[in-house]
Design a protein around this ligand. Structure first.
Ligand code: 475
Length: 834
């Protein structure tokens, strides 16, 4: 590259290359320049929003310079790259994270205060990039943070939804959804790349033809074209110059406007058709752990997969390597089955477009892809109707059938005569209507399949993917336990705790090497340290109390035990069990004498989370929580002994306030249902203890921090099937304490009891109690008592909390990404210098 650019040009370029601001004054210069030119404003109308925008532009400039260097380095070295395909990236805000990662927060704060602004206020002006639902989307965000921090050459590919996850309002106790149009103001954190638009085809037909050598081919043609335009989001690493890329696609009408219609005077019609194209990437589907077979969703999936693969293949072809080297250069990870069409698309590109033989192409495909499963819930597994795929993607359906044919032929050879096995593992489910089982296609098209916590990875091998373990060998299936980025979830969310830890450990190295937290263990019995530790918790609780007050008007006592459950609302996560136990506590308080009442531990029970708009039962749970709050919070007799709060519109930026403020948090899914959970890790890392079931990553957290430092309860995964069976055939009485709770709900204390009848009937009253709320209730109440007892001794509590934090090193997403890199992707970091 150097050779073709004349020396004089290079020197001139170097002379004017953008310098990176190093001082407050240099930042201020950049700030003023952006207010005046980028925003076209002046000293006299630079409000807080403008100040945020100008500051973010200045920081973005630095990111872009580092981004350019990183990409240039990767182009020159041409290392093996990892592409992480995820339909969701729940990034949250960018500015605070960028300042911390670039180590310019202090000087930026000083810089803006010179103009009379407070940095905290500017940070608040940024809307969350809420392009995800819950755990799966946030995991993708933590993973790309780690990829950058660890200097791996890795890109994320996703969709640039114009509307992220809806905003939740609580009106009269009910969830009401409002659109999240997050792009109202210019977004400094994205760089449009209109010059790289890619055409994506839908519909059309396939045609067979024979070439000169007599070889038969099939090609896909005659469809509608939509353009995919990339927007690049720089992803800075912490403590490194490395800045990777998150490329999100946006749909645009195709260049080829329908001029015939246009000229005939059907102007409006031709424009309407064009607008259809734009709807593809318009909105994120708001379901978590749930599959909905809508055509527009399938269009989103193919649009994103086709654009991403075209981009990846184009980059590979620039290197002029032979196809056989494709998987030496490229690893692609499928974040759940949402991008599984990528398997089919790559096979189509290699066979139909590049002329490779089927087997040769298939070898490349399967050595390129890895598939991560995030859930065993049957209602979440994707199964697209055969006809829907056949209509939208006719050539892909043919390829799916061929993949299935060759696969089943192989199985038949190895297990002759086992026809049950063949129909069980067939990609095509012979139901009415017929369906394509996307998880099976993903397994067959990948070289590695992983679950996201040990128990989960065992469960997929023994339940939903059992037959595939028999067909392939066991080591196609593996585990990579999830992790979280300590940069956002400790350093950014909890600066006070991060600072205290740094003081004790002699620096911030733990943010890149979370195992160093182990060094805190020697302070676990240090009473002076306990005081500092608890003081920070108190300050974080005050910060949350202020948020609660400003949002709901409820005043909470920071001396009370803060008890938190924030996550998507889902029956399997059992927020209903939690609110039932809160009602039970309220009944106990009411029944107690004033003297006895004084012995109760004060609690604030805090809930937050969104329900899918169409999930009736989850919406009922939200209503019940709010109705309980309305009664309890206004009961003068109870006062500060119990408060119940629902925090509206739980999202990443609120999680950064909520997580550090917890004393105890709930991770209480029915055993075997929560694949991993990641908020459990965030809470413990911030010095909160957890009450949890023996499920997901709770198990490994227990192993790391010790069983004395966690409150476990409930039936084990291995017992769940039997219990469900006994519900169906035996006669099971409702737990008597739970019965008392149901009675008071039915008495109308929390409003019209009919509102709750379906919820109560799903558990008691011959309901199936599929999630074992009644079976686990006694054990749950007992665990709550243990929590109260433990909290009464604050030094013992601090000791548990410190010991837990000291042993959380394993749950860094850096560890997870290193495991993927070594065991699945076979990629190496690209060093910074030379
Ligand atoms: C698990 N989302 C957590 C987390 O691994 C786990 C599914 C279908 C459509 C849209 N969204 C989904 C999920 O399945 C999901 O978020 N799964 C979660 O993945 C990361 O920690 O236990 O429930």
């Amino acid at each position: 590259i150097d050779a073709v650019i004349p020396l004089e040009h290079r020197n001139l370029w170097k002379k004017y290359a953008i310098g990176e601001f190093q001082t407050k004054e240099e930042f201020q210069g950049e700030f003023v320049r952006h207010v005046e030119t980028t925003l076209a404003r002046s000293l006299y109308n630079c409000d807080e929003l403008a100040a945020y925008q100008a500051a973010s532009q200045a920081i973005r400039d630095r990111l872009i310079v580092a981004w350019n260097k990183t990409q240039q380095k990767h182009t020159l070295r041409d290392p093996k790259r990892i592409y992480y395909l995820s339909l969701e990236f729940l990034m949250g805000r960018a500015m605070d994270n960028a300042m911390l990662n670039l180590n310019v927060k202090q000087l930026t704060g000083d810089g803006v205060s010179g103009f009379g602004f407070r940095l905290e206020d500017l940070i608040e002006k940024e809307p969350d990039a809420a392009l995800g639902n819950g755990g799966l989307g946030r995991l993708a965000a933590c993973f790309i943070d780690s990829l950058s921090t660890l200097n791996y050459p890795g890109w994320g590919y996703g969709l640039r939804y114009q509307y992220g996850i809806f905003k939740q309002k609580i009106i009269d106790g009910y969830q009401v959804e409002q659109p999240d149009y997050w792009l109202t103001f210019d977004n400094a954190w994205e760089i449009p790349r209109t010059e790289i638009a890619i055409d994506v085809m839908f519909y059309g037909y396939t045609r067979k033809f024979t070439d000169d050598e007599g070889k038969v081919h099939r090609i896909w043609e005659g469809g509608d074209l939509v353009q995919a335009v990339p927007y690049d989001f720089p992803v800075p690493g912490y403590g490194t110059e490395n800045v990777n890329n998150l490329r999100l696609w946006s749909s645009k009408p195709n260049r080829e406007f329908d001029f015939a219609k246009f000229n005939e005077g059907a102007y409006d019609q031709s424009v309407a058709e064009q607008q259809q194209a734009e709807t593809i990437s318009a909105v994120l589907y708001p379901n978590d752990n749930f599959y909905l077979g809508k055509e527009l969703r399938l269009k989103q999936q193919y649009f994103w997969v086709a654009a991403s693969l075209s981009d990846i293949v184009r980059r590979f072809k620039k290197s002029r390597r032979p196809w056989i080297e494709f998987s030496d250069q490229i690893a692609i990870q499928l974040n759940d089955t949402h991008p599984t069409l990528a398997v089919v698309e790559l096979q189509r590109i290699l066979v139909d477009r590049e002329g490779l033989d089927w087997d040769e192409a298939w070898e490349i495909v399967t050595s390129t892809f890895g598939y991560t499963n995030h859930t065993v819930l049957p209602e979440a597994l994707e199964k697209w109707q055969v006809d829907l795929i056949g209509n939208l993607l006719p050539r892909h359906l043919e390829i799916i059938y061929d993949i299935n044919l060759y696969f089943l032929q192989d199985v038949e050879k190895r297990f002759p005569g086992d026809h049950d096995l063949l129909s069980r593992v067939s990609i095509i489910e012979e139901s009415n209507p017929r369906q394509v089982r996307m998880a099976y296609l993903a397994i067959i098209g990948s070289h590695k399949v992983n679950g996201v916590a040990e128990l989960h990875s065992e469960l997929i091998k023994t339940t939903i993917f059992k037959d595939f373990v028999k067909i392939y060998n066991e080591d196609k299936f593996t585990n990579v336990t999830n992790g979280i980025t300590p940069r956002r979830w400790l350093h950014q969310a909890n600066p006070k705790l991060s600072k205290l830890i740094a003081e004790k450990l002699g620096g911030y190295d733990f943010l890149n090497n979370l195992g160093l937290l182990k060094g805190l263990e020697k302070y676990a019995n240090d009473k002076t340290f306990h005081k500092e530790w608890l003081e920070i918790k108190r300050a974080n609780k005050a910060r949350l109390a202020a948020l609660i007050k400003s949002q709901s008007g409820v005043e909470v006592d920071t001396n009370a035990l803060f008890d938190i459950q924030v996550k998507r609302i889902h029956e399997y996560k059992r927020q209903q069990m939690n609110i039932f136990s809160v009602i039970y506590r309220y009944l106990q308080l009411k029944a107690a004498s004033p003297e006895e009442r004084k012995k109760f531990q004060k609690r604030v029970s805090i809930f937050g989370g969104k329900s899918a708009p169409g999930y009736y039962m989850a919406k009922t749970i939200i209503k019940l929580i709010n109705a309980v709050g309305a009664v309890v919070n206004n009961d003068a007799e109870i006062g500060d002994l119990l408060k119940v709060v629902f925090i509206e519109d739980y999202n990443v930026s609120k999680a950064e306030i909520i997580t550090p403020a917890s004393d105890i948090s709930h991770h209480i899914s029915t055993a075997g249902t929560e694949a991993s959970g990641t908020s459990n890790m965030k809470f413990v890392l911030n010095g909160g203890l957890i009450i949890g079931t023996v499920d997901g990553a709770n198990i490994e957290i227990t192993r790391e921090i010790g069983e004395n430092n966690i409150f476990l309860f409930g039936h084990l995964a291995e017992d769940v099937e039997d219990l469900r069976h006994s519900h169906r055939f035996g006669h099971t009485e409702l737990n008597p304490d739970l019965q008392k709770v149901f009675d008071v709900i039915e008495s109308g204390l929390f409003g019209d009891a009919n509102i709750y009848s379906n919820l109560l009937n799903s558990i008691g009253n011959h309901g199936s109690d599929y999630y074992l709320v009644s079976d686990d209730f006694a054990s749950f109440l007992n665990a709550q008592q243990q929590v109260d007892k433990a909290y009464a001794d604050q030094d013992a509590w601090a000791q548990k909390s410190i010991t837990a934090v000291a042993n959380m090193g394993f749950f860094s997403s850096d560890r997870a990404i290193n495991e993927y890199a070594e065991n699945i992707w076979q990629i190496e970091p690209v060093p910074l210098d030379n």
